[in-house]
Design a protein around this ligand. Structure first.
Ligand code: UFG
Length: 326
C-alpha cells in the first residue's frame, strides 16, 4: 500500500485530503506541529507525527520510520500573515525554512513526488478574468509571495531532476466534510462563509460587507468558491498523475469557474440557515480585487477534474459543521 506523507494534515484542507486518501486506499502519515492544527480532525486511521518541519533531524527520522511514497504539502505556517516587522521573520522561518527542509529531506531519501498547496493569491490583482495559469504573477501580500517563491523553488528542483510536482492554486476554499468529520476551524476566523454562519448562530452580532462600491453588479466583491472535498479529490488525481509520470512540473488552478458576490453568499446563507441576521456595509478591506474567478480549463484537461459541489452544497455542509461545534 502506498504511504503518503501529508504535512499540515491536522488543518482544514489537509485533514479533508487525508480522509479522501484513506477512502481511496492509501496509507496516510500526517505530519503537523499543531501550531494551527486540531487534534479532533486527525482521522483515526491515519498515522500521526507531531513534528515541526523546521527541525530537519526530526523530519529525517519521520522519513526513516515510514516508507514514504509521496508528499502532499499543506503545512506552511499561518495563511494570514501580519506584515508587521516583528511577525515577518517567524513567518519566513515557519514557511520557507520548513518547506526547504522538506524538499531537502525528500532529495536525500529519494522521494520524488509532491503535490503542493498553492493559492490564487500568487496572481495578486489580475488584469482580466477568468484567471489562467499563464497570467502574470504579482502577489500583493507575503502569503502569496511565499507560495509563489515555493513554486519557483519546486521548478528548480524539477529542472535538476530531483522532484516532480503539481502545485494546486486554490481559489476560495470552503465547505465541510459531508459526513461531518472535518471543517473550517481558523482562529481568528477571517473568511466570509464561516463568519456569515457564525452570525447566523448568534456568535456575532452582524456580518460586515467590506465595501459595496466595487465594479460588480451588486457592488460587492466576486469570488470563486470551491468545496474542500473537491479540492481533496484534485490532490489525489494530481498524485496519481505524478505516479504515472504523466505530470512532472505543473501549476494548476482549482476553482469552479463561477463567481459569487459577497451579497449573494449572504443571501444564500440566509435561505439555508433560515436565520435573518444583521448585515452592515462598511469600509473596503485593503487589497481586495473586484473579481477573482479561475479558469478551470487546465484542471479539467490535465486532471480530468471539475467540482461536484455547488454553492448550496458548500453552505449546507459548512452550516452542518458549524452547528456541530455548538
Ligand atoms: N468579506 C466581507 N466580510 C467579511 C469577510 C470577507 O465582506 O467579514 C469579503 C472580502 O472582502 C472578500 C470576500 O468576502 O471580498 C471573500 O473574503 P475571504 O476573506 O473569505 O477570502 P479572500 O478572497 O480574501 O481570500 C481567499 C483566501 C486566501 C487566498 C485567496 C485566493 O483566504 O488565502 O482566497 O483567492 F489567497
Amino acid at each position: 500500500m502506498l504511504k503518503i506523507l501529508v504535512t499540515g494534515g491536522a488543518g482544514y484542507i489537509g485533514s479533508q485530503t487525508a480522509l479522501h486518501l484513506l477512502d481511496e486506499g492509501y496509507e496516510v502519515v500526517i505530519l503537523d506541529n499543531m501550531m494551527n492544527g486540531h487534534e479532533d480532525v486527525i482521522p483515526n486511521e491515519a498515522l500521526f507525527e507531531n513534528q515541526d518541519l523546521c527541525d530537519i533531524d526530526g523530519l529525517e527520522q519521520v522519513f526513516d520510520k515510514h516508507d514514504i511514497s509521496a508528499v502532499i504539502h499543506f503545512a506552511a505556517g499561518p495563511s494570514i500573515v501580519s506584515e508587521k516587522a516583528e511577525a515577518l521573520p517567524s513567518y519566513y522561518e515557519n514557511n520557507l525554512k520548513g518547506t526547504l527542509n522538506l524538499f531537502e529531506v525528500m532529495r536525500k531519501k529519494n522521494v520524488k513526488n509532491i503535490v503542493f498547496s498553492s493559492t490564487a493569491a500568487v496572481y495578486g490583482i489580475p488584469d482580466s478574468t477568468p484567471i489562467t495559469e499563464e497570467m502574470d504573477k504579482n502577489p500583493i501580500n507575503v502569503y502569496g509571495y511565499v507560495k509563489y517563491m515555493t513554486e519557483k523553488i519546486l521548478a528548480d528542483y524539477n529542472r535538476s531532476g530531483l522532484i516532480n510536482y503539481v502545485a494546486l492554486r486554490y481559489f476560495n476554499a470552503c465547505g465541510a466534510d459531508s459526513d461531518g468529520r472535518t471543517g473550517e476551524l481558523h482562529n481568528p476566523e477571517t473568511h466570509l462563509i464561516p463568519l456569515v454562519l457564525q452570525t447566523a448562530l448568534k456568535k456575532r452580532d452582524k456580518i460586515y460587507i467590506f465595501g459595496d462600491d466595487y465594479d460588480t453588479e451588486d457592488g460587492t466583491c466576486i469570488r470563486d468558491y470551491v468545496h474542500t472535498e473537491d479540492l481533496a479529490r484534485a490532490h489525489v488525481y494530481a498524485l496519481k498523475k505524478l505516479f504515472e509520470g504523466k505530470l512532472t512540473a505543473e501549476a494548476i488552478n482549482l476553482g469552479s469557474g463561477e463567481g459569487y458576490s459577497v451579497r449573494s453568499i449572504i443571501n444564500e446563507a440566509k435561505k439555508i440557515t433560515k436565520v435573518d441576521f444583521a448585515v452592515e456595509v462598511t469600509e473596503r478591506r485593503e487589497g481586495d480585487p473586484d473579481v477573482l474567478i479561475a479558469s478551470s480549463a487546465k484542471a479539467k484537461e490535465l486532471l480530468d477534474w471539475q467540482p461536484e459541489h455547488d454553492l448550496e452544497s458548500i453552505i449546507k455542509t459548512a452550516w452542518n459543521w458549524h452547528k456541530s461545534l455548538e
